[in-house]
Design a protein around this ligand. Structure first.
Ligand code: SF4
Ligand code: SF4
Length: 476
């Protein structure tokens, strides 16, 4: 664990309190902080600068989820429109907060970050409700992994509405038997939704988390569409840059040289898939399980509570979050793998591809699966809903007193808003990794340790060894 997170004031060093800001005319040459200053011309401190950076990152994550929700809300519903308006207010207020000469008060920075977090809770709930309203409440399903045939389209991203639009258009054209559709990365949870499952040509999943795109797409002979982040940019220098003529992007997503789907017209993509060769080389017998949306898990509450009271379930581990390339993610696999059989794993987001190939079976003596995939990153709110339901049933007032441990992988700004959302709910003792966020300095680290008892896994040389060590702590 990095010293910065030991919570000791003496860990504060000039190096990590340095700031950088170049947003106004009063900026020093090269930016305030570029020559080691820890205070800007306007009087903004390094700490305020970092907190404002964090605010912007959180607002970016919130804006992304807000954009996803915008596509699904019921235009005619005043309630939905009001919910979006509240989010918009928090985003614009947070951006305004970071202007030159607006706020130099630490407590008010924290309060604004918590406001962002609360808006994060709201947007995740809105998105989750919109998904289940449109596509039904997911139920568990086992699907094929890395098995594909025929003329095919691979869909990557989070946008279930786009996937539905594509499947609907294929059906309208009477091509359900001619084109198969496969999911990639954060599209995996689509298979759990009953209305999407009704399309018989929605087949299995191909590949893992987003960063295998270059290799995977170069081997995939069919058409491809990416509909949200995360995408891998084109690398013209490599020999695997052979898929650019068969990849399509949707909405805000862009790749140089790719074709764009305009106004939800999928015909060019569908026609292209028919012209391309049938896919081959994907013949694996692997399977994956998904579809444990929290609204389905809550129906299992009586069995789960009984197993808790009988001591058959001793812990719930939320091992979830965004993934990035590198061996740091092995930490999360090791953690999941080494859990005792009486522990349930609750996951979401693309970090699950680090361990979702493992068959975790059922909790011994019960029919309750040990591995529960809540869905995409925006379904992370499910863990909180489950925790609240368990707390109510057990009469526990503080969620932090539940036998729940949270181990999060973070990669980008959607994860930042999720983390702020958890903080705004008062959730403590989170393990966060696999690297310390670079926008956090020692002062912020001290605050997070003192207030939320956060544990940061900072790029351990041996992630598996660190995971075992941390697991001992968590099970003690
Ligand atoms: S806002 Fe303050 S810290 Fe930022 S560039 Fe202007 S003077 Fe420097
Ligand atoms: S879960 Fe996070 S890292 Fe993964 S695709 Fe979604 S936003 Fe990107």
């Amino acid at each position: 664990m990095f010293d910065m997170f030991s919570g000791k004031k003496e860990d504060v060093t000039n190096k990590d309190t340095n700031m950088f800001c170049y947003q106004c005319e009063m900026s020093m040459v090269g930016g305030c902080g570029s020559n080691g200053q820890d205070i800007g011309t306007c009087g903004k401190s390094a700490l305020e600068s970092r907190l404002q950076d964090m605010m912007i990152f959180g607002a970016k994550g919130l804006a992304a989820y807000r954009s996803h929700a915008r596509e699904l809300i019921d235009e005619g519903s005043q309630e939905d429109r009001d919910r979006l308006l509240k989010i918009d207010d928090v985003i614009s207020q947070s951006m305004y907060f970071t202007l030159t000469n607006v706020n130099f008060n630490f407590d008010e920075h924290i309060a604004q970050l918590m406001k962002l977090g609360s808006a994060g809770v709201e947007i995740l709930d809105l998105l989750s409700d919109s998904h289940t309203k449109h596509f039904g409440i997911p139920t568990p399903v086992k699907i094929t992994q890395n098995r594909a045939e025929g003329h095919a389209i691979l869909v990557s991203g989070h946008n279930l509405d786009m996937l539905n639009g594509l499947l609907k258009r294929i059906k309208e054209r009477g091509l359900e038997d001619k084109i198969n559709v496969y999911t990639h990365s954060e599209m995996l949870p689509a298979h759990g939704y009953p209305h999407l499952r009704e399309y018989k040509n929605l087949k299995g999943n191909i590949g893992k988390a987003w960063f295998d795109q270059t290799d995977l797409f170069s081997k995939w002979q069919g058409a491809i569409v990416v509909n949200t982040n995360c995408i891998v940019p084109r690398d013209k220098s490599t020999k695997v840059d052979n898929y650019i003529d068969r990849i399509y992007t949707y909405d805000i997503v862009g790749i140089e040289g790719a074709k764009k789907i305009e106004e939800n017209n999928y015909d060019a993509l569908i026609d292209h898939a028919l012209q391309l060769p049938k896919v081959s080389g994907f013949e694996s017998d692997e399977t994956l399980t998904t579809g444990h949306h929290y609204k389905t898990i809550l129906t299992l509450a009586p069995q789960i509570l009984e197993a808790v009271s009988e001591g058959k379930i001793t812990k719930f581990f939320v091992i979830a979050g965004c993934d990035a390339p590198g061996k740091g993610g092995e930490y999360f696999r090791e953690m999941a793998k080494e859990l005792p059989p009486s522990a349930i794993i609750i996951t979401s987001s693309c970090g699950k591809f680090r361990f979702n190939d493992i068959d975790f079976g059922n909790v011994p003596g019960t029919q309750i699966p040990r591995y529960l995939d809540l869905g995409q990153c925006n379904d992370s709110n499910g863990a909180v809903h489950i925790a609240i339901a368990v707390a109510n049933a057990l009469g526990v007032k503080d969620l932090n007193d539940l036998p729940v441990e949270i181990v999060l992988s973070w990669m980008e700004q959607k994860a930042v808003i999720i983390l702020l959302a958890l903080f705004s709910l008062g959730i403590k003792n989170i393990y966060l990794g696999p690297k310390a966020p670079q926008f956090i300095n020692s002062d912020i680290a001290k605050f997070l340790v003192d207030t939320f008892n956060i544990h940061v896994i900072d790029n351990p040389k041996e992630p598996q060894v660190q995971a075992k060590k941390d697991l001992e702590e968590l099970l003690a």
